[in-house]
Every structure is written in structure tokens, then in C-alpha cells.
Design a protein around this ligand. Structure first.
Ligand SMILES: [Ca+2]
Ligand SMILES: [Ca+2]
Length: 202
């Protein structure tokens, strides 16, 4: 009996998934984006939302090429770590621009979000273009033999100056021990329960 119990516990321990942390952001506090590459404007708006009262409005301003809005940045990653990001997007042009997709890029060890260290790829899903739909992608981290430790989650807009999309309800999951940055303007210490209690008294 004891042996069977020990085996059962061992199986449970082995099969238990690695701890992960998830951060959600819905643009409710007025934030926009963390950074960008190329010519794109990012505005916090309230005219088209998936949930809550606010969302992110992106306008492609680039004559050629694809501008990128950086909506999340995960740091402290090592080889084989999985990062999954999802967001909701809105356009009403099926099979034509405006559209957007999810993409990723690496950042250099010890660098900032703008220290590009290669493309991490994404997927070719431009969405149905029939209003809101959720797009997700999972990346398996490749440190390039220790040169990278960060992954940027991008929204890429297509295809011409003036093309616009709305983004809402971002969710990023990464292994425990990493740090997930989202465009929140609320200080980190006020987002914890103890921080909130400290702000508003006992
Ligand atoms: Ca929202
Ligand atoms: Ca479209």
C-alpha cells in the first residue's frame, strides 16, 4: 500500500505542470504600448472595446513594410521556456486590410525592449475580419546560446498608411520566475493585494 502511494505521489510530481504566471491587461488604466518599431500610432480609446471601457487603437502610418506595436515583454527566459500570448482584435474587412497578426521578437540579455535580437516568429492568422476575434501564439524560447533572455509580443498591422485596428484583453503566460511587462500605467507595487491595502488603509 505504501509503495503504491509512493508511486502515485511520484507520478503526480512528475506529471505536474511547471508553475506559470499569467498577466492580463485590458487597457482600462489608460496605457497604450510598451514600445514600437516602425511608424505606428497607438491611442487608448473607448469607442470600440471587447470588454470594459477602454481598448488600444492602432493606426498603421508606414508607407512600406510592417510596423510593430510592442504590447508585452517577457524577460528572464531560458531555453525551452514556453510563452503564450493572446489578445482580441477588431476589424471589419474580411480577407482584406486593415488586419493584424500576432508576432514575436527576441531581446538581448541585459538589454531593453528595443534591443532586438532576432525574430521569434508568429502565425499567419489575420483573423476573419468580422468584428472581434481572439488570436493566440505560443513560443518556445531559444536563447541563442545565452545571448537572449527576453521575448517581445507584437501586434503587426497591415498593410497601408491609415489602416487601423483595435486591440483588447491581452493575456500572457510564462514560466514562474520570469517577469511579464504589459503597458499598464499602474505602478507594480499597487497591483498586489498588499499594495492595494497599503494604499487605501486597513
Ligand atoms: Ca478593455
Ligand atoms: Ca481585415
Amino acid at each position: 500500500m505504501k509503495t503504491r502511494l509512493a508511486i502515485a505521489i511520484a507520478v503526480l510530481l512528475v506529471s505536474a505542470p511547471a508553475l506559470a504566471l499569467t498577466t492580463s491587461y485590458g487597457w482600462e488604466d489608460g496605457g497604450t504600448i510598451l514600445s514600437q518599431f516602425g511608424d505606428i500610432t497607438a491611442t487608448n480609446v473607448g469607442d470600440q472595446v471587447h470588454s470594459g471601457d477602454r481598448s488600444l487603437y492602432l493606426v498603421d502610418q508606414q508607407a512600406s513594410g510592417t510596423p510593430q506595436a510592442f504590447v508585452a515583454w517577457v524577460v528572464g527566459l531560458t531555453d525551452g521556456d514556453e510563452v503564450t500570448a493572446c489578445f482580441w482584435r477588431y476589424d471589419t474587412s474580411p480577407g482584406a486590410s486593415p488586419s493584424c497578426r500576432i508576432w514575436g521578437s527576441y531581446t538581448a540579455v541585459g538589454g531593453t525592449i528595443d534591443d532586438y535580437a532576432g525574430s521569434a516568429g508568429g502565425n499567419n492568422d489575420y483573423g476573419p475580419g468580422e468584428g472581434w476575434d481572439e488570436v493566440c501564439h505560443t513560443w518556445v524560447f531559444d536563447s541563442d546560446t545565452g545571448a537572449r533572455d527576453g521575448l517581445v509580443v507584437q501586434v503587426r498591422t497591415y498593410s497601408s498608411p491609415g489602416d487601423f485596428v483595435w486591440i483588447d484583453d491581452l493575456e500572457v503566460t510564462a514560466p514562474d520566475g520570469t517577469v511579464i511587462h504589459v503597458p499598464t500605467v499602474t505602478p507594480v507595487n499597487e497591483r498586489t493585494w498588499s499594495g492595494i491595502k497599503a494604499l487605501y488603509g486597513p
